[in-house]
Design a protein around this ligand. Structure first.
Ligand code: GLA
Length: 728
């Protein structure tokens, strides 16, 4: 269908509310198009996804149609992998979906094509949605599965999408890791067979893998060249992304992980699968990342376009040793170097059971008077006195068996009758049953009580340090026990909806044993995530690189911690630690009083410099220049404003060897027709900035010749943060 006919139909529908009638539906963004063929009574076909075309005929004439079933189901014709599987009340297993109607309409944030599919024999209907988000190159697809009969049936597989892709020399990029080493980039060629990226934690769905992948269509992944599809499942629970490659075909299935998740659908009930968001780039992985970042800041990250404060979090400074004096001192010292927000981490609560370690008190969100005799009021008064905002840590989905909450409501905890509780952190941690509306009210109440009692709280760090260990809900009836994995996250989402309705402005961080909740299921409610419990700047370079594939810098909390890192015991210079943290949302995670005078002076200058370039880093376009995974001895990345009038370059020395090779870094994110002035943002000695400082260089030279790193990088853990400003 031509672009003009498409918009004509769209306006016809918007005026008369009637469905469109053509067979081919082209869904487009400024740079991409997706083509669906949906003829009444036939299967719906996913024909094309790639660079923008103006009319469907272009796809057929050029021989690019894929003819993939848009939502393959188990049972009848295909004998292939499927997106949907159901067991009906009579025991039958097959589903056959054909098009009944198509609707196209506009929403406040995009344009939607809705294909309504029905089974002519069994009582099931599926609406499949394809949405383009206004002003971005990101689309979304999801389904609604409805029981149109009189008896319940069980959905045993419920993928959000099955995206057919062109089979070629395809490579997959995905993130994998473990606690304190999350989000490590993995890249491999897809051979015939299946590649599965999945998670079964139940709570922290990015602790080991991430529901996001990139797949190339033309060979090995490159940063700024090549055709790449990027996809991310916007879901906080268990997921499975499965790429199925055969001779000639490649399909990416993505959705809720069906393991232990059979879902009983009642008559007239509809189950909605999470959105799979995806984009297509002809500018390599960099293009995919930039498209996701722009879309996220506009639509999928809470308050995504607002500047983020520079904060100090108390955890690595004092761990559980919270008290009024130390908190006050940290606020004072942080304010003196330009800090804007202080966050009191774990250790502040518990009356009957004071929280001295991780074995007690979760659930008892009353201030521990023993440690904080002046209460939260005392802390807020300190914050006011020192002119910093105040934030607080909670872990509201959890309890310890040694807590007043557990004593009062043992039935609120996930547990199976007759079986001894399996416990997590501290030997006593358990997970609350968020499928229970009373528990949802309690979790909402934790935030609500804090915010109504202390409206000046500006920030909440929301932690979650356990997986689903005792798979059983005391609340759900027997036939719905298998809903737990899904219903937990539906419950969480409804709590977060309520919180955001009432408290749209409080900044919230998603933390889950570090980087366990870096997903687009939660980011609409959270302003940022804690990237990892590992704050070692050197190792962070690898993790932040991985995260940046799909998630924007504004959301990526990155903190400067102690000189001798508490996780790896590596010692790296303060400048290196700042230069790494400044490439995300800058913060600190230590006691500023442990810094000496010259270090404090450096920190003050670095924080001031970060504030100046904050709009570029937090809202700019990312260009990854030298990958730490390529083992070239260096890593480098840059951010640039959309008009490329300002940019910030970061370079890190990753290896230190005598007579090593020094690469040249080419700045792909500059405008070759501009001239830039360079400024060293973080000279170790203010009077002796790097040799690049103050120089004017043309974009053409920066982009094609590059900056040689030999002159500025001879020490171990050397690093550079350079601002580029257009002079003409
Ligand atoms: C988790 C978080 C940390 C810290 C501790 C507190 O490990 O990831 O940042 O908040 O809990 O107990």
């Amino acid at each position: 269908m031509s672009g003009s006919r498409f918009s004509f139909l769209l306006s016809v529908f918007m005026v008369f509310g009637s469905p469109a009638w053509a067979e081919d539906y082209l869904v487009s963004t400024p740079k991409t198009s997706l083509l669906i063929s949906a003829e009444k009574g036939k299967k719906c076909y996913f024909q094309y996804y790639g660079p923008r075309v103006e009319k469907a005929a272009d796809i057929f004439v050029s021989g690019n149609a894929l003819w993939g079933n848009s939502y393959p189901t188990f049972g009848l014709s295909e004998g292939t992998e499927h997106a949907l599987a159901v067991t009906f009340a009579d025991g039958s297993l097959s589903v056959d979906l054909c098009v009944e109607s198509v609707k196209q309409y506009a929403t406040s944030d995009g344009s939607v094509t809705q294909v309504n599919l029905v089974d002519s024999v069994c009582p099931i209907a599926v609406s499949q949605y394809f949405k383009s988000y206004n002003g971005t190159d990101v689309m979304a697809t999801w389904t609604e599965i409805s029981n149109t009969g009189r008896k319940p049936f069980v959905v045993t597989e419920m993928a959000s999408a099955a995206l057919p892709l062109r089979r070629a020399d395809n490579w997959i990029s995905h993130l994998s890791g473990a606690w304190a080493a999350e989000h490590l980039l993995q890249e491999e060629r897809l051979t015939n067979g299946q590649k599965i990226v999945s998670n079964l934690d139940g709570v922290r769905n990015t602790a080991t893998a991430n529901p996001s992948v990139m797949i190339t269509l033309d060979g090995q992944p490159r940063e700024e060249a090549g055709c790449v599809v990027g996809a991310s499942l916007a879901w906080s629970g268990n997921y499975r992304l499965k790429s199925v490659a055969t001779q000639g075909n490649l399909t990416l299935f993505a959705g809720i992980n069906p393991t232990a998740s059979a879902y009983q659908l009642q008559p007239k009930e509809t189950f909605c699968t999470p959105e799979l968001v995806f984009t297509y780039s002809t500018e390599g992985k960099g293009g995919v990342s930039r498209a996701f970042h722009r879309w996220a800041r506009r639509y999928a990250l809470h308050n995504g376009e607002a500047p983020r404060d520079v904060l100090l979090n108390s955890w690595e400074g004092v761990y559980f040793g919270v008290n009024q004096e130390i908190m006050d001192r940290m606020m004072k010292d942080f304010a003196a170097i330009g800090g804007e927000l202080f966050v009191m981490d774990d250790g502040w609560f518990g009356e009957k059971y004071p929280r001295h370690n991780d074995m007690t008190s979760l659930g008892d969100w009353e201030v521990c008077k023993e440690k904080l005799p002046q209460g939260i009021e005392g802390l807020l008064a300190s914050a006011k006195q020192h002119h910093v905002k105040f934030g607080i840590w909670i872990e509201p989905e959890m309890a310890n068996t040694r807590s007043e909450l557990f004593e009062k409501h043992p039935e609120w905890v996930l547990s199976q009758q007759g079986r001894q509780l399996t416990t997590g952190r501290g030997g006593t941690q358990v997970v609350l049953d968020l499928t229970n509306p009373k528990v949802q009210d309690f979790v909402f109440g934790v935030v609500d009580r804090l915010m109504t009692s202390y409206p000046d709280i500006a920030y909440i760090k929301w932690d979650a340090n356990a997986c689903v260990m005792n798979y059983a809900s005391p609340h759900l009836p027997a036939q719905k026990q298998s809903h737990l994995n899904i219903a937990y996250h539906q419950g969480l989402r409804s709590v977060l909806e309520r919180i955001r309705q009432k408290y749209p402005h409080v900044v919230m961080q998603a933390c889950a044993s570090g980087g366990g909740r870096v997903n687009y299921g939660l980011l609409p409610y959270f302003d940022e995530f804690w990237t990892s419990d590992n704050t070692d700047a050197y190792q962070r370079i690898f993790m932040q690189w991985g995260v940046s594939s799909f998630f924007p810098a504004a959301a990526m909390a990155s903190h400067v911690s102690a000189g001798r890192n508490h996780q790896t015991e590596r010692s790296v210079p303060l400048k290196f630690r700042f230069d790494v943290a400044m490439s995300g949302r800058l913060g600190m995670e230590m006691q500023p009083k442990d810094l000496n005078e010259s270090e404090l002076d450096f920190a003050r200058r670095a924080i001031a410099a970060y504030k100046e370039v904050r709009p570029v880093v937090q809202q700019g376009d990312l260009y990854r220049l030298i990958s730490p995974y390529d083992k070239q001895g260096f890593a480098s990345l840059m951010y640039a404003t959309t008009d490329k009038s300002r940019a910030v370059l970061f370079v890190y020395k990753m290896e230190h060897l005598y007579n090593m090779n020094y690469p040249t870094v080419r700045l792909s994110g500059v405008d070759e027709n501009k001239v830039y002035r360079l400024r060293d943002l973080t000279p170790r000695d203010a009077a002796r900035p790097s040799g690049f400082d103050g120089k004017e260089v043309s974009g053409r030279v920066l982009k094609y010749v590059g900056l040689s790193l030999a002159s500025v990088f001879w020490g171990e853990y050397a690093s550079l943060a350079l601002e580029l400003t257009e002079v003409r």
